[in-house]
Design a protein around this ligand. Structure first.
Ligand SMILES: NC(=O)c1ccc[n+]([C@@H]2O[C@H](COP(=O)([O-])OP(=O)(O)OC[C@H]3O[C@@H](n4cnc5c(N)ncnc54)[C@H](O)[C@@H]3O)[C@@H](O)[C@H]2O)c1
Length: 320
């Protein structure tokens, strides 16, 4: 099988490519990435000598290039995206270009070239904000995005839905909760806080820190995607949740504890515009395929702290 991974030089894509190459010695993986600020070719330098791995530097918005690259029978997994909510508030246009138009470009290449499956990587943020009392969202929950980022991801899903219905294109959508682990760009909360603490800086908490997120270790998201491409039903949507709902303040305290730093290192800053209160996923549909997360939150956080401690040469240049 050949798997095309777009955005494979970013955080989740890098972890996913490693996961697949290690688990399936007979699979080929082609990484298409335009190497924006969050893409780092060096993440996978050690795979460059592996004949099962190939990298092409290209923009998914390039329709002609996508049409040439995708071949009959490929499984295409679209991770490529602008992914940082704060950036989407400052500069929404690039989010529409990459996340909506780019998705359409690679989706159409998959359709025209008869790809076996197109997997659209989406997010729990498309459901919008839940209050503390509401049940977790299942896949039929209304989409109610709150930021230009989640709006663009919801729009990309709608583009996929149109192709499912009209062309009967084999497409699956996954919506995962917040990932954490190695190779995450230090603009996102866990690597930002860890690296700030290593640099003896304070950690900025938005608002009162009561906002709740569900956290999943990136390797568990990779194993869920693996399960879904092999056992999922085309045309369906699958939530991928970690089952670890905690407030941003609790998360911050866990991070401080893991770095042996006092709570006086917290600096409360002005809240993010449109900041969603709570995300919570009902992942029972994905669990029914035989998948569940393997990592406990505390243990996965420890692994993450160790990785950032041992890989300063990876994140220090990014912070400069
Ligand atoms: N990180 C999370 O917690 C999370 C949670 C749910 C869903 N997601 C989704 O997972 C996917 C990957 O997220 P991530 O955290 O790894 O993001 P990331 O920002 O770390 O990586 C994105 C990658 O896409 C590449 N890219 C951007 N624009 C491109 C373009 N036009 N053409 C080709 N490549 C391009 C970048 O160079 C980068 O390598 C995204 O679709 C995101 O919406 C992420």
């Amino acid at each position: 099988m050949r798997i095309i991974v777009t955005g494979g030089s970013g955080f989740i894509g890098t972890n996913f490519i490693r996961y697949i190459i290690n688990k399936y010695p007979d699979y080929k993986v082609l990484n298409i990435d335009s190497l924006t600020y969050s893409g780092n070719k060096n993440n996978l330098t050690d795979l460059e000598s592996n004949s099962n791995y190939e990298f092409i530097e290209e923009d998914i918005c390039n329709v002609e290039a996508m049409n040439k690259i995708v071949q009959e029978g490929d499984v295409v997994i679209n991770f490529a995206a602008e992914s940082h909510v704060d950036n989407s508030i400052k500069n929404p246009q690039i989010f529409i270009k990459t996340n909506v138009i780019g998705t359409h470009s690679i989706l159409e290449a998959a359709r025209k070239n008869k790809a076996k499956l197109f997997l659209q990587i989406s997010t729990d943020e498309v459901y919008g904000s839940l209050n503390f009392e509401q049940d977790s969202s299942n896949e039929t929950h209304i989409l109610n995005p709150s930021s230009p980022y989640s709006g663009s991801k919801a729009a990309a899903e709608m583009v996929c839905m149109g192709n499912i219905r009209t062309f009967k294109q084999p497409i699956i959508i996954t919506r995962s909760s917040n990932n954490f682990g190695p190779y995450q760009y230090p603009e996102k909360v866990i690597p930002l806080f860890l690296t700030n603490l290593f640099e003896n800086k304070k950690v900025p908490v938005y608002g009162d820190g009561k906002n709740i997120r569900d956290w999943i270790y990136v390797e568990d998201n990779c194993s869920a995607i693996d399960t879904i491409i092999h056992k999922g039903t085309p045309g369906e949507i699958y939530n991928i949740g970690g089952g670890n709902e905690i407030s941003n303040l609790e998360l911050t305290k866990e991070i401080l504890k893991s770095c042996k730093k006092p709570e006086t290192e917290i600096e409360y800053v002005e809240d993010r515009l449109g900041h969603d209160l709570r995300y919570s996923l009902d992942a029972s549909k994905t669990n029914a395929l035989g998948w569940e997360p393997k990592h406990k939150f505390e243990e996965a956080l420890k692994l993450t702290v160790e990785w950032y401690k041992n890989n300063k040469e990876w994140w220090e240049p990014l912070k400069k």
